[in-house]
Design a protein around this ligand. Structure first.
Ligand code: SF4
Length: 182
């Protein structure tokens, strides 16, 4: 990518995730400054933009637990030319999908009625709370995913490699030592 090329627009978001993938992304530290010569961020931890604008690349952490997650994911798919599923939660459901071993009713009762120390037991039903899905889903079950960046979380080096490959017009290829699945 030459210095005169227009900047590539990148957005990131967290669905049902722990933000650990984003923390790893930020672990690029000062290398983010170099990236900013070629990249302009839309919605991301770098700024306070609330909605994804038209972008070249969207990085998505987290699985789909509720209706709001689905809405955000579809907004990203509609606006991003390339979608990258980042981390175990986005790729296969990860930790949030552990609740798939139980019914939603069992999970809600355990969390809000039966757990030790619960005060004023009741299941919240405020209309402002996003509707929970019956099961947690990885993002490829709802939208087309272009690339997968595995890990829990992927390393900062892996983020930089996949972005650099795309910025330089190469098909992303991560060396084995950057690929891990824990
Ligand atoms: S993949 Fe791991 S680090 Fe990333 S959001 Fe899920 S639990 Fe957190």
């Amino acid at each position: 990518m030459s210095d005169s090329s227009p900047k590539v627009r990148v957005a990131t978001t967290s669905l049902a995730g722990c933000f650990g993938c984003h923390m790893s992304f930020l672990d690029m530290d000062e290398r983010i400054v170099g990236l900013l010569e070629h990249v302009e961020f839309s919605r991301s931890p770098i700024n306070d933009i609330k909605h994804c604008e038209p972008c070249d690349i969207g990085l998505i952490e987290g699985a789909l637990c509720n209706a709001d997650n689905v809405h955000v994911l579809k907004e990203f798919r509609d606006n991003c030319k390339i979608i990258i599923a980042v981390g175990a939660c986005a790729i296969n459901g990860g930790v949030p999908a552990m609740r798939n071993h139980f019914t939603l009713k069992e999970c809600l009762e355990e969390a809000f009625l039966d757990e030790i120390g619960v005060d004023n037991p009741h299941i919240p039903n405020d209309v402002e709370i996003p509707l929970l899905l019956n099961k947690v889903h990885p993002i490829h079950e709802v939208v087309k995913v272009d690339y997968y960046l595995p890990g829990c979380p992927p390393s900062a080096d892996a983020f930089l490699k996949i972005l650099t490959d795309l910025l330089e017009g190469r098909e992303p290829s991560l060396p084995k030592e950057m690929l891990h699945y824990d």
